[in-house]
Design a protein around this ligand. Structure first.
Ligand code: HEM
Length: 144
């Protein structure tokens, strides 16, 4: 699960930074031909975020938080796809800012999920049993 977490976290970092960079170009009215690329990279971002949700669920994250995080992961592409039609006019910048905020929220969520997985390692071969929770049951003198 650790390798999945590391890869997904890097995908979130790299795609997240690329999305913000492309988005800032769009904001400046440039490179608008790259919007489909931005959307495709956004899809990779969301898939990596959902992989982290799965890893955190396997690491024992509470089901309510798993559902919230997965729901948030789905809001990102839905909002991204409808945002151009939301609140048209001079105040559309509020929708654009919201899209950026939701995206950055996704990056922060991904980091929190990855730290949850690292803080709750599972014992190999014993699914569902955290290494830390096994420690008090061990003899404490395994190498003697
Ligand atoms: C599947 C996910 C995503 C989709 C479908 C999507 C879609 C879009 C679209 C269609 C635009 C162009 C809007 C316009 O022409 O006015 C845009 C712009 C932008 N996107 Fe995304 N996006 C996604 C994810 C993200 C993420 C995760 C971030 C940040 C981490 C981000 C940051 C931005 C920024 C800063 C802009 C420019 C401002 C704006 O128009 O909102 N996007 N996005």
């Amino acid at each position: 699960m650790r390798i999945v977490t590391t890869i997904a976290q890097w995908v979130v970092r790299l795609t997240g930074m690329t999305l913000v960079a492309l988005g800032l170009l769009f904001w400046a009215g440039r490179a608008l031909g790259l919007v489909p690329l931005h959307m495709a990279i956004g899809a990779a971002f969301v898939l990596a975020l959902l992989a982290l949700v799965g890893a955190a669920a396997a690491a024992g994250l509470r089901p309510a938080f798993v559902a919230l995080a997965a729901g948030y992961g789905l809001v990102i592409p839905v909002f991204g796809m409808v945002q151009t039609r939301l609140w048209p006019g001079p105040d559309h910048w509020i929708v654009q800012l919201l899209h950026l905020g939701i995206g950055i929220g996704g990056m922060i969520l991904a980091l929190r999920l990855a730290s949850h997985v690292r803080e709750h390692p599972r014992t190999p071969g014993r699914p569902g049993v955290a290494a830390a929770s096994r420690a008090p049951l061990s003899s404490g003198n395994e190498y003697s």
